[in-house]
Ligand binder design. Sequence first.
Ligand code: CTP
Length: 386
Amino acid sequence: MQIYKVGGAVRDRLLGRPVTDIDWVVVGATAEQMQSLGYRPVGADFPVFLHPKSGEEYALARTERKSGRGYGGFVFHASPDVTLEQDLIRRDLTINAMAEDEQGRLTDPYHGQDDLCARILRHVSPAFAEDPLRVLRVARFAARYAGLGFTVATETLDLMRQLSESGELQALTPERSWKEIARALMEDQPQVFVQVLRDCGALKELLPEVDALFDVPQPDAGTHTLSVLEQAARHQQPLSVRWACLLHGLGKGQTPPQQLIKTVNERFKVPRDCQELALLVGQYLTHAQRALELEASTLLELLQSFDVYRRPQRFEEFIAACEMDARARQGQEECSYPQGDYLRGAAETARAVAVQPLIEQGIKGKELGEALKAERLKALQTYKGS
Ligand code: CTP
């Protein structure tokens, strides 16, 4: 049996990037042999094992064919006669289809190293089409390596377009799609992910609401969304903020923005914190941009909607998303965002109103809530006047 390091670990070492996890491929072995050596099988029908000590993934060399539509419809053929070249040809990109043996010797039958040098993301073979998730993966790699000058090969973009137009992307599970989207949004240049998806027609399939931003009558809304995402990455914002940035401009047309954001959130079963923030940013972004002009009562309504008393972190993320929007509009890196500090000051003012004196006056129940609100309003009026 021969064991090779494969995929991302080989690619990233050659690129001089940190290697986080290592995948291995085992040629010339059977599942029984692996188990007798102490490797633990990952699943009953899947020829992947975990190393008894390191926990790293060891997959038997395999060929795979698609047996039906969607994910899960794969037939694996893993046997000791499957060669390393046969295993590598079913992989997504040439730069991911290289292997390294224990002596560090490279096997690169599909010229991944040439494509690494030329900075090209190119599919290995027509087998690319067997997993539609690869459309998202390529866009994600483009977002990650854009800074190094990588672009998608024309023929790969054509194949991605065919896959998008075939309707295959609709068969992806929400969980698989979201995992890719979330990873892509956290890359260095998430705007490239969106742009590549648009270039191959996948954005229209996955996020038609975002795709529509690029169409008339709002020719700038799509480009603006890309700039906001770029700012969010430049300022190392968390996933919730990046997701809110992606969706912040939805629905300037007939459908209410909240409805569109809710639909997208549900489509990918987005985690609750991301869902909430996207909805709040969609609803209150214009308030934040006009913060200094808001009436004290509107300011209070905003703070109450965010429950800034118990959820200060969410309010901070809201301010961050609004700041990214403002920075993208101003197009200046060093611009200030006075609305941010103003909103923080307002939240502090409202939070500082003590409830104890009201209780001591004998106010309770529903009246206590009303009295507290009235006190907060007074404090905000003073804050606004100061
Ligand atoms: N692979 C593939 N098609 C997929 C998923 C994975 O061909 N849909 C192959 C690629 O060869 C890939 C390897 O399996 O390099 C390992 O996959 P994974 O761990 O998901 O990705 P990495 O390439 O290691 O990249 P990352 O740095 O994003 O983890």
